[in-house]
Write a protein that binds this ligand. Structure first.
Ligand SMILES: [Zn+2]
Length: 438
């Protein structure tokens, strides 16, 4: 009797010390533990079976063996890849305006519809908004999404609203773009120029000026190909080291020469530090360019989707499908994962992301490498066969499980009390936390 009272008193005092936390949970060191997965963390040169422990939304430990009794929740991810949350630096996610035929409108998608279910925890919108509509984009999309949405600001003040706007040389003020970018450091991660149909260098030059003023990179969609502005000059003279050439396997701007060789300007640009990004899209990736380029050793620095309504159901589909295309092209899973995590994180100057260092935000993707007969199509509808494909099993963002394809983090219903309700805990569960009952 005395002992019981004593224990109760301790429990009571612990509960009082930690309001909202029960005494039993107070003994655990970690909120979430992913056990026995194959961790690929390119920044830290880890590609091995490791346990990953998370606490308070941060990576707390990565070790060969972490005692599950130290964790509130343990998920067995044996046989699966555990990677930093995927980062897709080329999407169009400004879907909220209602404008027809516009990437600042109907051509964009809502980010949460496509991201977490494919292991993507961070996206960068590639220039859908410009200096005059960025605040609207931020208010309606960025601030309301579970996905971390960052942005390249279009050098065009009106944003990506169609040729009438995007070819208007008088609406590409570098000082105005830089000013808006500087107002949102870390959120606006670069300047975008895209779709320009004329032969002038003005859009590229003004984008680089804005990028220099705001100290951020420029991403280039090089628009219509003109002999007056060849890609070799762009890559060897106009862009700075760290600037990003997207759509690098489109073949639309002499990326591959008629003799089947990668344009020497691409190699020269890479030597100078220009970054090459996939930006698959609806019309920017073809096997007849990608295959010879990869065979010649011209690999992408980053893999990205160019997600929009014109790419989501065609050859692109989603981030994992584009990543799987590079498996079919002969890259290893580790090479593909590096180009979808740590490389893009560095390109957008967010080095806290894309890695699993202790203390980093606990954005984690759990991927299955499925084997079977798969087909992957390009912008022209040509197919390449492959036998491996990434599938997203689980996505964790900020330490919370936000997607779980097969319920691997969930108890079998038959093991629960007859009248069970929500079984999660808000410290690890972003799907059905116990405190949220409907
Ligand atoms: Zn795009």
């Amino acid at each position: 009797m005395r002992t019981k009272l004593h224990v109760s008193a301790i429990l009571l005092s612990l509960t009082m010390l930690l309001p909202g936390t029960s005494a039993v949970f107070a003994q655990t060191q970690y909120d979430l533990l992913l056990r026995h997965g194959h961790v690929v963390d390119s920044k830290n040169h880890v590609s091995a079976v490791r346990d990953v422990a998370i606490r308070d939304g941060k990576i707390a430990a990565i070790e060969e063996n972490i005692d599950p009794s130290k964790a509130l929740k343990t998920v067995d991810v044996k046989g699966l890849y555990v990677t930093p949350g995927l980062i897709d630096i080329h999407v169009h996610a400004y879907a909220s305006t209602g404008e027809k035929n516009s990437y600042a409108g109907d051509n964009s998608v809502w980010p949460d519809d496509f991201t977490l279910r494919t292991g993507v925890t961070t996206v960068a919108d590639a220039g859908s908004s410009g200096a005059r509509n960025f605040e609207d984009f931020k208010e309606h999309i960025i601030d309301r999404s579970k996905t971390r949405v960052l942005a390249f600001l279009n050098i065009v003040g009106a944003g990506m609203r169609g040729p009438k706007y995007e070819n208007n040389l008088s609406d590409m003020d570098p000082a105005v773009a830089a000013e808006v970018a500087k107002r949102h450091p870390g959120l606006i991660v670069g300047i975008k120029t895209a779709h320009y149909a004329g032969p002038e260098w003005t859009p590229v030059e003004n984008a680089v000026k804005a990028g220099t003023m705001a100290n951020i990179p420029v991403m280039v969609d090089f628009g219509t190909n003109w002999p007056q502005r060849p890609i070799s000059v762009l890559l060897t003279q106009k862009l700075r080291p760290g600037d990003i050439y997207t759509h690098c396997y489109s073949g639309l701007r002499n990326e591959l020469l008629p003799d089947g060789k990668v344009n020497p300007g691409m190699w020269e640009g890479r030597k100078r530090g220009v970054i090459f990004d996939v930006g698959h899209g609806g019309g920017s990736f073809t096997w007849r360019v990608a295959v010879p380029a990869i065979q010649q050793g011209f690999l992408p620095d980053s893999i990205s989707t160019d997600l929009h309504i014109g790419s989501m159901n065609t050859g692109m589909k989603d981030m994992l499908n584009v990543m799987s295309k590079f498996l079919a092209l002969g890259l290893s899973p580790d090479e593909v994962i590096a180009r979808s995590t740590w490389n893009p994180a560095r390109e957008i100057h967010h080095e806290e992301l894309g890695n699993l260092s202790v203390g980093s935000p606990a954005d984690v993707s759990v991927l299955r490498l499925a084997e079977g007969h798969f087909g992957f199509t390009d912008m022209y509808g040509a197919r390449m066969d492959g036998n491996r494909k990434f599938v997203c099993e689980m996505t964790v963002k900020g330490g919370k499980i936000l997607y779980d394809l097969n319920g691997i983090s969930r108890p079998d219903w038959k093991t629960l009390p007859k009248d069970y309700t929500n079984v999660g805990d808000p410290r690890w569960d972003g799907l059905n936390p116990a405190h949220k009952k409907h």
